[in-house]
Structure formats: structure tokens, C-alpha cells
Design a protein around this ligand. Sequence first.
Ligand SMILES: Nc1nc2c(ncn2[C@@H]2O[C@H](COP(=O)(O)OP(=O)(O)OP(=O)(O)O)[C@@H](O)[C@H]2O)c(=O)[nH]1
Ligand SMILES: [Mg+2]
Length: 297
Amino acid sequence: MSKQTQETTKISRGPRAVALIGPYGSGKTSLMESIAFLTGAVPRKGSVPAGTSLGDSGHEARARQMSVEANVLATQYLGEEFTFIDCPGSIEFLADTLNVLPAVDAAVVVCEPEAAKAQMLQPFLKRLSDANIPHILFVNKFDKAKGALESAMKGIPELKQFQGSMLVDNTPEGLRIQLTDQEGLAMFPAGSSAMYGHTRAMLDVIARVVNQLPNQVTVSGHTDATPFQDPSGYGNWELSADRALAARRGLVASGVPDRKIRRVLGASDQEPLDAANPKAPRNRRISIVVLRENEGR
Ligand SMILES: Nc1nc2c(ncn2[C@@H]2O[C@H](COP(=O)(O)OP(=O)(O)OP(=O)(O)O)[C@@H](O)[C@H]2O)c(=O)[nH]1
Ligand SMILES: [Mg+2]
């Protein structure tokens, strides 16, 4: 290998620079704090409101609880070196943020799960596209979407008894919303994919929240492990897939655009929620995941 090639190789393997950009208060500094913690750069996770974050450590930033200049984090992940540059989101510092862009390999656009705030992303997305900088949209504050779902459920008296049927949690893939059967409270009649009215109403609640987010969703159906097969060969695989398809139709009927659905699948009893009790009612469920990444779409 020639000296020149060696040097080129070395340069191309240098730290990858990633900018965290996006509107004011969307959670960039908090995200960088999580990255620092998860990659082992700091032993505990600080917080912006508590004044303990790694970034925003200057007097003015602490006092205003907002970034007033870029924060830089050098860290490692899976043997690769990364430099994260957390840019201020306030419009008064936009020039500083734009100055950072020519120096980065990629950008993470951090946004909140609110349609009203989506238009604030445009200036950032346009600059990134114009400069040909690879970028992903990171929807932060997913816990707010969880709150919106829970309060929407509480606002519909007919759904009161089904509040325990909706489970919402964060998974590495995204925000997972599960509609599960409870003892005596089913989402579908036994062996059928023709959903009950309350299931339809719950999908309507989910559709309203999903439509607030720019993300795509996956829909999957799950059965319990009770063997079931009619003479034609129709069994739990078909049933779980048909229920997932019925849920997709329900979401679309409630206004979710078809292109927002990334994947629909039937899992039979292969991914039980309660593995210790394969026949437990809550293993019969529809799972809708609001995907974190919309990469390349
Ligand atoms: N509920 C909730 N709040 C969050 C989350 N991430 C950040 N916040 C809060 O949102 C506020 C703004 O967070 P920052 O991390 O300072 O946001 P930023 O994008 O860096 O803000 P600027 O630098 O001023 O543009 C703080 O009060 C955070 O605690 C989250 O995932 N959920
Ligand atoms: Mg900040």
C-alpha cells in the first residue's frame, strides 16, 4: 500500500461528525446527553432543566435553559469514533447552526411529535437537502404521544373499561401501541377478524395520534397459543394476519394515509406478550408501532 493510500485511509476512518439540529426546545441537548450516557462518555445522565447536562454548561445557557452556542461531544460507539455537535435551535442562533453544517458527515433533525411544529423543520430540511448532507428525522418526546393517547382514551366514556386494554411503551423500533384482550373484554369475536365497535373506536383514537406524527407505522396481529384450525386449514397464522389487515383498514378509515403504513404482518402465537402463559388473553392483540426512523422516505 502506498504512503498516500495509507494516509487517505486514515483520514476516511477519522471521527464521524454528526450535527444535532432542529427547532428550539425539541430536545437536542437532552438527546446528546442520552448519547453521552449510552456510549459511556459520562457515568450518569444529566438533565437540562436540572442544570446538570453536559451541554449548555455556560452561565447564560444554564440561566436561559437553552443552548446559546454549539455543544460538542466526542465519543465512541462500536469501535467507531464520533463527534456530535448539538446546535442551538433558537432562530437568533440560526447562523451558528448553518455554519456547522459544512463540517459534518450527517445530521439528525430532532423534532417533536406535533403537526403544528412540523413546519419549523422546513428551513433545516431544505438546507440539508441543498448541501447533500445525509440526515434522519428523530421524533423526540414520544412520551408526549403516550400522554395524548391516554387522555384521548379517558375523554371517551364508552372506552373507560378498555383503558387497561391499551398498552403503550417505547421500544428500540419506536412507540408501540398494543390493543390487547382482557379477561371478558375481547377486541375481536373468537376466531373472527370482524372487530367489535370498541376496537374500531380505539383505532380511531390511535389514528388521531399517529396522524400527528410524521412517522410510518407497522401493524401486526397476534393470537394466543390455543390451537385453532378449521377444515380448510385456516388457523392462527391466517387469523393474526387477517386481524392485522382489519386493523390497517380501521386506521385508514380513520384518516391514516395508506403510505404511512410500512408493513402489515401476522405473527400467530410466535411473539407472546405473556410467554409464561401462552394462552393468556393479553397474548391476543394488535400491535401498532410508530417507527422511529423514516430513513430514506
Ligand atoms: N417530555 C419530554 N421532555 C423532553 C424530552 N427531551 C427533552 N425534553 C425537555 O424539553 C426541554 C428542551 O430540551 P433541550 O434538550 O434543552 O432542547 P434543545 O433542542 O436542546 O433546545 P435548544 O437548544 O434551546 O434549541 C427541556 O425541558 C427537556 O427536559 C423528552 O423526550 N420528553
Ligand atoms: Mg439545546
